[in-house]
Design a binder for this molecule. Structure first.
Ligand code: COI
Length: 365
């Protein structure tokens, strides 16, 4: 079947999978994005055929013509989501429909074809099913799924490509940051911005992350774990980090997070944090937060906590903020109680250790 909302996947098991003992050793401390499973999904798209040739096969290099459009104009998008061993048994995913929908909107922004949401979901299920032995069982571990799509047409003209390849790979992961969930030290970049109004900030495209790398390097040069980008127009208010949204916790227990004005990613973890906080009776306001307000609020006690959130980072506290004008601590510089409470609630729901009042968790196996 081709081009429809459902595709038949041809399953070709890897004839030489990693041996069980080696896999077990790799799963002990996988870190983030270093270890990969035995299989991948690939689906092709051609303008005249639609989506076709859906496969699950051995993970392998992708042959690419040097004139493939993605290599020149970066027409590429991706997603990130996780599969878990649920506490009560079975394998689950967290809000995969939200990723499927965001993949469609990222594609629209990058002038790419929409992958039907059901095909996206089926592709994840097939990969999880065949690579289920790679899902870490250790607490804090999960199987990170990385669906992505790029322009594969061999063509150097600057226009939307007519051929694409959609791929899903999987990586067993632990904590995203090397220091685990220790409070982050962040650098407010005076030099670089992430996205301007009308740009690609709300799309999950590789280019946004490529442009963040030099800012992350600047952050590292100042002894920081990550970068906080300011708005591109006034360079005054917080947008987001290199790959995470930001929340602030105020002294009245309410939360503030930058609004979705098109320059930041509409994070699924961000949206889940908002829902969890509101359910607990907290007010969540989407509004601009300037660095001046953050600094003054940290000094006066008005801003008690701050944290980064995303699929990979989950919820990670921010303890220290460095700017070219000096640094300030948030709260006592440690992991704030509201941050850690939200983190635990989210993880418990994701892992099936707590009730799922929003119906977010999908049983896959
Ligand atoms: C994720 O959180 O899944 C992302 O894609 C962000 C990236 C920095 C790992």
């Amino acid at each position: 079947m081709s081009g429809g909302d459902k595709l038949d996947f041809e399953i070709r098991p890897n004839p030489a999978p990693v041996a069980a003992a080696e896999r077990a050793a790799l799963l002990v401390d996988p870190g983030f994005g270093r270890v990969f499973t035995d299989h991948m999904v690939t689906i092709r798209y051609a303008e005249e055929k639609g989506w076709y040739d859906a496969r699950v096969e051995a993970r392998a290099p992708i042959p690419m013509d040097p004139a493939a459009a993605v290599l020149h104009y970066a027409q590429e998008i991706f997603e990130g989501l996780k599969a878990y061993h649920a506490v009560g048994g079975g394998v689950t995913m967290f809000r995969p429909e939200a990723n499927a929908a965001r993949f469609v909107s990222s594609a629209a922004r990058m002038a790419m074809p929409a992958l039907p949401e059901q095909v996206f979901l089926d592709s994840l299920r097939h990969l999880i099913e065949i690579d289920r032995d790679w899902i870490p069982t250790a607490e804090g571990g999960s199987l990170y799924l990385r669906p992505f799509m790029f322009a594969s047409e061999v063509f150097l003209g600057v226009r939307p490509a007519k051929e694409y390849l959609y791929v899903v790979i999987a990586s067993p992961v632990g904590a995203y940051f090397a220091r685990g969930v220790q409070p982050l030290t962040v650098w407010v970049s005076p030099t670089y911005t992430r996205a301007a109004p009308g740009g690609t900030g709300a799309a999950k495209c590789g280019g946004n992350y490529a442009s963040s790398l030099i800012a992350k390097a600047e952050a590292a040069a100042h002894g920081c774990d990550d970068v906080v980008f300011l708005d591109a127009v006034e360079r005054r208010t917080v947008d987001e980090m290199s790959g995470m949204n930001v929340f602030f916790v105020l002294d009245d227990g309410s939360l503030v997070t930058p609004p979705l004005t098109g320059t930041i990613l509409p994070g699924i973890t961000r949206e889940s944090v908002r829902a969890l906080a509101e359910r607990a009776g907290r007010t969540v306001t989407e509004r601009a937060m300037s660095v001046d307000e953050w600094r003054d609020g940290a000094a006066s006690g008005r801003v008690r906590e701050a944290f980064a959130c995303g699929t990979a980072a989950v919820i990670t506290p921010i303890g220290l903020v460095r700017t070219p004008d000096g640094e300030f601590t948030v709260g006592d510089g440690g992991s704030g109680p509201v941050t850690m409470e939200l983190r635990q609630q989210l993880i418990d729901i994701q892992r099936g250790a707590a009730e799922d009042p929003f119906g977010w968790v999908r049983r896959i196996l």
